[in-house]
Ligand binder design. Structure first.
Ligand SMILES: [Zn+2]
Length: 286
């Protein structure tokens, strides 16, 4: 058995992580997500407090690229997404995405929410997002779509933001396979949000960032593939020249690639950190 079939990945014990190091890594993760176009001025990442699991941490109301120090971070209670410090500065209205995923799934320690442009066609067109290449096995056999429009009550401001616990619960529950499931582990790794963006998670920062970045890359590859195929068929006037069908990973491939993805995602993280550390835009005094 070689390394790829048995990578020997041991999940780190989150409760033994050093809080200060994690807060610094969270700042770096904000920069990495910006550097890869997962977030712009909008979008966010959070972590669960390693020792006080009833608390989560994310930056205040600011663009992720300019998060600089530990002072930029805010602690929230998982139970209701209120601030631990009653005098905390302004935070994100969409923190409920993070709070409700942490509340519903104790194994989740990091959450990323994005409006990445490459993914937006899949939350507006109705075309399903499919795992189309080997780095995206984590997308699984179905990427559900959360439609906030179904949750609004008459008279409510319909700005599509997940800005209360009820809407956050609605989104978080889509990480379960169906309404009957009461699983305390997420059964999906990515949930698309209709007319809005997507949310993903991980047991650590590296996993959630990997999934956020490769969801975006997969979406672009899928769009490019479908358009190229259409253009090719239109230009030749026949499908006869296409060498194979447009198809996502098979079930066995998804399982195999998911295993490989988990076993290798420490490699891109080190590259991504090196990239942001060399850029003068990103400052980390955490
Ligand atoms: Zn959003």
């Amino acid at each position: 058995m070689d390394w790829y079939t048995n990578p020997g990945v041991v999940q780190k014990d989150w409760s033994k992580e050093n809080l200060q190091e994690l807060r610094r890594k969270l700042i770096t993760a904000n920069h990495v997500l910006h550097n890869h176009g997962v977030v712009d001025a909008y979008g966010h990442i959070s972590i669960r407090h390693p020792q006080k699991t009833e608390i989560y941490i994310m930056c205040g109301y600011m663009a992720p690229a300019i998060v600089t120090s530990s002072d930029d971070l805010i602690e929230y209670w998982v139970k209701d997404s209120s601030t631990v410090d009653p005098n905390a500065k302004k935070g994100y209205s969409e923190r409920f995405i993070h709070g409700e995923v942490f509340r519903m799934f104790p194994s989740v320690n990091c959450v990323v929410h994005s409006h990445a442009e490459d993914v937006l066609p899949y939350v507006t067109s109705g075309v399903p997002l499919l795992p189309v290449f080997h780095m995206s096995g984590f997308l699984g056999d179905d990427v559900p779509v959360f439609d906030i429009g179904e949750m609004y009550e008459a008279g409510e401001q319909q700005d599509l933001l997940v800005r209360n616990a009820n809407l956050g619960t609605g989104l978080a529950s889509r990480f379960r396979i169906d309404a009957q499931s009461t699983s305390s582990d997420p059964e999906h790794n990515v949930v698309l949000m209709r007319r809005h963006g997507y949310t993903t998670h991980g047991a650590d920062i590296e996993t959630a960032v990997y999934r956020a970045i490769y969801t975006k890359i997969n979406a672009k590859v899928q769009t490019d593939s479908m358009m190229l195929r259409q253009a090719f068929q239109a230009s030749t006037g026949t499908q006869a020249y296409a060498k194979f069908n447009f198809e996502p990973l098979t079930e066995d491939m998804r399982t195999g690639c998911m295993k490989m993805n988990t076993g290798t995602q420490d490699k891109p993280w080190k590259l991504w950190v090196a990239e942001v550390e060399k850029s003068s835009l990103y400052i980390n005094r955490g």
